[in-house]
Structures are given as C-alpha cells and as structure tokens.
Design a protein around this ligand. Sequence first.
Ligand code: PHE
Ligand code: FE
Length: 296
Amino acid sequence: MNAVPQRVEHQMTDKGYVPVYTTSVIEQPWDQYSATDHQVWATLFERQQKILVGRASDEFLRTQQAMGMNAHQIPKFDDLNRMLRATTGWELIGVEGLLPELTFFEHLANRRFPVTWWIRKPEQLDYLAEPDLFHDLFGHVPLLMNPVFADYMQAYGQGGVKAHGIGPEALVNLTRLYWYTVEFGLIRDTGGLRIYGAGILSSKGESIHCLESDAPNRIGFDLERIMRTRYRIDTYQKTYFVIDSYEQLMDATRPDFTPIYARLAAQESVPAGTVLDTDTVYNRGTGEGWLTDGDV
Ligand code: PHE
Ligand code: FE
C-alpha cells in the first residue's frame, strides 16, 4: 500500500510563524479521509454555496455546478480531472502543502494545478494560515473550466518562471498580481460587483466584507498599480481590484513584463489601503451603472 502522505503545515518557532515548503506530488489518499474530514467539507460547502448566491461571479457558479462538486463527500481528484482534461486540458495534482515558488510556477505553466490533499480541522472552519483542500478545490478549481481563465493561469505560471529568473523584485511585483486577481479579485458582472478570487470564495467572512463593507476600497483593474500595491495575508484586504471581464485580464497581462519590472524598480510601493487620484473607485454594485466616489 502507498504510505499516507504528510500533512505539511506552518510551524511556530521562537521567531514566530514560519511557512514550510514541500515539493512531492502525491496520490490523493481518498480512502483515508475520516468521517470528520467529509463533515468539514460538507459544512463548508453548504455554507459557502448559500453565501455565494448573488455574490460569486456567474461564471464561477456555472463552472462549479458543471464540475459536479457536492456537499456529500470530498471530491475525488480523478473524477474532477476527467472533466477538466476534457474541457480545458488542466489537471489537478495532489500536494502536501505550500510549494516553493518556482515549482508552483512550473506546474501552472504545464496546466497542472496543485491541490492540498488534507482538509482543515473542525476548529478551523473560519480561518487557517495556509491553503487546504477546501480553499484549493472549492475556490480555485471551478474557474479552470473557463477557457480564458484557464489560459490566464497558465500564462501566469510561464510569467512566474520568467520573473524568477529576473530576480526577487520582479517576483514581488508578479506575486501581487496573483494576490489581487486569482486570490482576491472582483469582477463586474451583469448583476453588479461579484467575487472570482479564491481567497474570498473560500471565506465566509470575506465573501460578505469585500462587497458589503464600507471599509475596503474597490478599485478598477490597473496592472502596474496592482504590481505596486502591498498586501497583508492575515486580515481582510483593504483594497480589491475589479476587472470587467476575464478577457480584460488576459489582454492586459499579455505584454512582456520585463520593461514593466524595470520601470517599477524605480518606484515606491503603495500601502494596501491607499487610494490614488488616478484610481477608478467603485461603490457596491447596484446594477444601475457604476458610480465612482466622485459621483455620489
Ligand atoms: N506577460 C507576462 C510576462 O511577460 C506573463 C504573464 C501573463 C504574467 C499573465 C501574469 C499573467 O511576464
Ligand atoms: Fe489560493
């Protein structure tokens, strides 16, 4: 029999929180999930499905349904892979935890999406420090069925391999783009502002906060602005960036970033909560046109 893969998590040391990285690709040990694991999946799945009606992007809700994930049990990667391969050619691979940057980029560049095999514990329903199976599968995987988003994710991986070769500042810029799109992105759908970022989609609190709180800024997508903007990983975001469509994301990121990295190296980064006078700021979507702050 196969050995049970490890559950690789961060460690608390006398220097504080330390992320731990792992590179192994593993078979999903599906038979080893406990009744508690399936119950955690069911609880989170049902809770998010309810919250995301009218909040998640139409395309996310459509693709998630098409994939056939349900609350009944933790999905089998093999089943999801049959669907994914046939639609956009993506494939899920099982991993034990966070991957080193270059390894992660190389998987994406080859249309392989790493999914953490283990799921959080019942006492971690609302927050945990690193990605688990629920975040990865529920949040990230459905949109891999969308052809444009699928291409964006691969292009990001290719761009990551390139940025890794350029240097650490380029990687910081590129990582911010992932953060503010793939993890925390909002989109203008027909009904108003909607969520497509996986970090939001897998969080009950942030799914509400990002659309309904007056605290955060919701700012129109601007590539270089995003690449200059810092972020925090342990609080709700102070700023969300809003795309008009997945095509916009793809088109805006198509150019070679090499000259952009060079230009940004000479500029100050922008704190997470700042609004610049060049920003387009969206209020909560009313479906009645898109007011900017100056309009109200
Ligand atoms: N065009 C980018 C580059 O030259 C690659 C990229 C595409 C990065 C899409 C992110 C997202 O580096
Ligand atoms: Fe993620």
